[in-house]
Design a protein around this ligand. Sequence first.
Ligand code: ADP
Length: 209
Amino acid sequence: MDRYKTILLFGAPGSGKGTQGKIIGTIPGFTHSSTGDIFRSLDLASPVGRKFQEFAGRGQLVPDEFTIDLWKQYVKGLEYINQFHPETEFLVLDGLPRSLTQQKLLDDVLDVRGIIYLRATKQKMIERLRRRALKENRIDDASDEVISRRMDVFEKETRPVLDQYPPEIVHRIDATMSQIRILNQIIDVLVPLKETLDGESGVEKLRPL
Ligand code: ADP
């Protein structure tokens, strides 16, 4: 199987990956996939749903193999129902890979072409998570203790993932700017990547008027 051409949205909890990922996913040729959203869509009374609750409620990562298996099934599902076309489209991953083990498990599945790294101070991200807790009622933002554990998990388990990729594909973006400016900078990164992919997959370019 050809590897999925992929853009990673990288950043600590509260950096705005989900907000931007959802917007990018509406652009033709980009399919957004968030592991957090996949987990939250599970029936919480089912064994898989309970497993998610158990770990996320403590601010921990859900076990690696379980996460990867579930995600693979999800993406295959998108292919079967014709919502994702790997030959011509990018997969935009939000929240994956989140550990070195996940990165290794995905090595022969993903062809990572670009990484968007959304950065802000820890204090700023904690403020956002507190606000989100009030609005979205998320179990993983419920207390300062859980929020702080999630920040530690990002530093210790997730951040090292970045060093596994060539530095020239990593694009650092200031996540404290306005949402539209962040989007603008992300688009600047995506345009050449998408045009290269179009060239490879033989998608006919529209002739200029
Ligand atoms: P945030 O970016 O704010 O942490 P997410 O929606 O990405 O929010 O994740 C919520 C929770 O779902 C995480 O704290 C974790 O428990 C679980 N989770 C999401 N993605 C992964 C992953 N790739 N591996 C393990 N657990 C994950």
